[in-house]
Design a protein around this ligand. Sequence first.
Ligand SMILES: NC(=O)c1ccc[n+]([C@@H]2O[C@H](COP(=O)([O-])OP(=O)(O)OC[C@H]3O[C@@H](n4cnc5c(N)ncnc54)[C@H](O)[C@@H]3O)[C@@H](O)[C@H]2O)c1
Length: 296
Amino acid sequence: MGVLEGKAAFVTGGGRGIGRGHCLHLARQGAAVVVNDLDPEAAAAVVEEIDQDGGRAVSNSSDISTREGARSLVEQCVSEFGAVHAVVNNAGNVQDRSFLKMTDDEFMSVVRVHQCGTFMCSQEAALRMRDQASGGAIVNTVSAAHFGNFGQTNYAGSKGAIASMTYTWALELARYGIRVNAISPSGTTRMSATYKGPDGKDIELPFIDPTQNGAAVAFLCSEHAVGISGQIFGTGNDRIAILEHPAYGTAIHREGGWSTEELAEKFDGYLKARLEPIGIMKSPYPFHDGVRPPGN
Ligand SMILES: NC(=O)c1ccc[n+]([C@@H]2O[C@H](COP(=O)([O-])OP(=O)(O)OC[C@H]3O[C@@H](n4cnc5c(N)ncnc54)[C@H](O)[C@@H]3O)[C@@H](O)[C@H]2O)c1
């Protein structure tokens, strides 16, 4: 018997890539799954796979970046399976462009799917979980791109926002027995084919099985994870890693506060050598020689 027997779950963007793996793992663990995807054929194919494997699933093709889409997804989960116990916010898109060239449409189209979709699907589902008095689990999806990634203002910004929403909802929803965590997955997918290196150039990546992340998602949705909330895990590619939360690091104190002159002096002598690496690759702090106008 699976660890999710008797539970009802939905996965956004479950028709391909990483989301498909989540659906297969949830169903294998006994959950009844609503496979959501904007692409109805992709969602139907995953439902068919689950059927063949002896599981229970139905498809849904709502656009989760709209309030109506989020609401109808939750309503379908309830009407088909009687409740919502687990939500996996996975749907995503990319519209990469360097910051100075990015249009409002490119920015908003990614924010709408990742940040707004996660907000609306989670809110609709959490309201339902509260009314059911059943508790539940929400699993969001971030990316290491939220450390900063060339050409991904919209995507990196949305993923950072999702990380912050995860911490916030974990605090707010614990009283209803709802746990909120996130994964930062990895896998070779349609989306990963668009990734660029830190310099913005195309890179060749080794194959990574996108379905591996689903085991961690099923674990986080199960009773095994009853003591886990407000956490983000790097998943896939053979490893599970705890993502460290942003926190204040090296600090200097001066009673009454620092003047600008004192700070400039102390900064050069102490803090300058301790600046953080930046970006997805976390290379050592790269700007020690200064960031200056061209020609200076
Ligand atoms: N592939 C990776 O290595 C990687 C790394 C970090 C994070 N992620 C995240 O994992 C998630 C899945 O990515 P993937 O690589 O499987 O991408 P993918 O493009 O293969 O799959 C995403 C799915 O989401 C669906 N979708 C997009 N917008 C939707 C909407 N508005 N409503 C419903 N469905 C929608 C698409 O139709 C598609 O099937 C995303 O949130 C992505 O940001 C992926």
